[in-house]
Design a protein around this ligand. Structure first.
Ligand SMILES: NC(=O)c1ccc[n+]([C@@H]2O[C@H](COP(=O)([O-])OP(=O)(O)OC[C@H]3O[C@@H](n4cnc5c(N)ncnc54)[C@H](OP(=O)(O)O)[C@@H]3O)[C@@H](O)[C@H]2O)c1
Length: 274
């Protein structure tokens, strides 16, 4: 890959730069970054990672991959600004909820669109990233996008119709897990732990559980069964969670998040001057 052009210089752009630069996928100066109004942010990214601040969207012309890292409501304007400089480049979009079709229309069909849904842990290169490519995207372009994004975490390719589900599951997942952990932490303090001790045991418990699932290749059901002896402490606690139907509440939460993702996609892509 010769050059990457990143439109948008916020949190997601930085996570992407960090992943790609730390893995030496491309020389940092071959990555050009542009935002709208904060040149000091571009200078900071240059200081931190050695990427090149772009002066104009025109520089997208020379890139093979363009990363769209603007907020969903800025996608239309960003695509329109890119259009004169497009000639078949791959656009990797991070914008939550914005359909491929919308970006194809906004760019006049002059780019190959790969839509992704990353989650917050991409910032520490432990993300879960759903990816969906337009039907006209060449296989090697999809592989290239997957290789780039795999530096930020685990990449899963899906049909676009699954992207709202991915937004609800892995996209909102860190928020759902944090909700559960927040309750665990409060309960631990109630049991007598200091706040610091509760936090430290909490984080290690969740990191350790995730590692056991990964390294031992167990399903959550298998691990739960392994740690639950009849009439033991875990059994006593899980009985309360089952009686309160927490499983159903979680299923309902994901469904509601998926519905909201569908709604948001419509809100941001409806014509603004109707
Ligand atoms: N943050 C996450 O964890 C996360 C997770 C999943 C998906 N995403 C998606 O990633 C995208 C970026 O999110 P973020 O959190 O990185 O946003 P952010 O921190 O607000 O950054 C957005 C950037 O876009 C720039 N920008 C906006 N319109 C522009 C335009 N027309 N031309 C050039 N630059 C423009 C802004 O520049 P100025 O500051 O100069 O205005 C800013 O640098 C969003 O679509 C979001 O849905 C983010």
């Amino acid at each position: 890959m010769e050059r990457i052009f990143i439109l948008g210089a916020g949190a997601m752009a930085e996570a992407f730069i960090k992943g790609v630069v730390s893995q030496h996928l491309i020389e940092p100066q071959r990555i050009r970054v542009l935002n709208r109004q904060r040149p000091e942010r571009l200078r900071a990214l240059n200081d931190l990672y050695g990427v090149t601040p772009a002066e104009s969207v025109r520089e997208a012309r020379d890139a093979d991959v363009i990363v769209l890292a603007v907020k969903p409501y800025d996608v239309k304007e960003a695509c329109q600004s890119l259009t004169p400089y497009l000639d078949g480049q791959t656009i990797i979009s991070f914008a939550a909820g914005i359909p491929i079709r919308f970006m194809q229309e906004a760019t006049g069909g002059r780019a190959q669109i790969v839509r992704t849904m990353p989650n917050v842990p991409v910032a520490v290169l432990e993300g879960a990233i759903a990816l969906s490519a337009a039907p006209d995207v060449d296989g090697d372009r999809i592989d290239q996008a997957k290789t780039l994004l795999s530096k930020l975490g685990t990449v899963v390719e899906l049909e676009e119709s699954m992207m709202d589900a991915a937004t609800a599951f892995s996209g909102s997942g860190p928020g759902f897990v944090s909700f559960f952990l927040e309750a665990m932490e409060l309960a631990a303090v109630d049991l007598g732990f200091s706040a610091e001790m509760a936090r430290s045991l909490l984080i290690q418990t969740v990191v350790g559980t995730a590692k056991v699932l990964e390294e031992w290749g167990l399903s959550p059901t298998e691990l739960r069964e392994r740690v639950t002896s009849p009439n033991g402490t875990t059994h006593a606690g899980l009985t309360i969670l089952s009686e309160r139907n927490v499983q159903q509440a979680i299923a309902d939460a994901l469904r509601q998040a998926q519905l909201r993702s569908v709604e948001m996609g419509t809100e941001y892509t409806e014509p603004s001057e109707a």
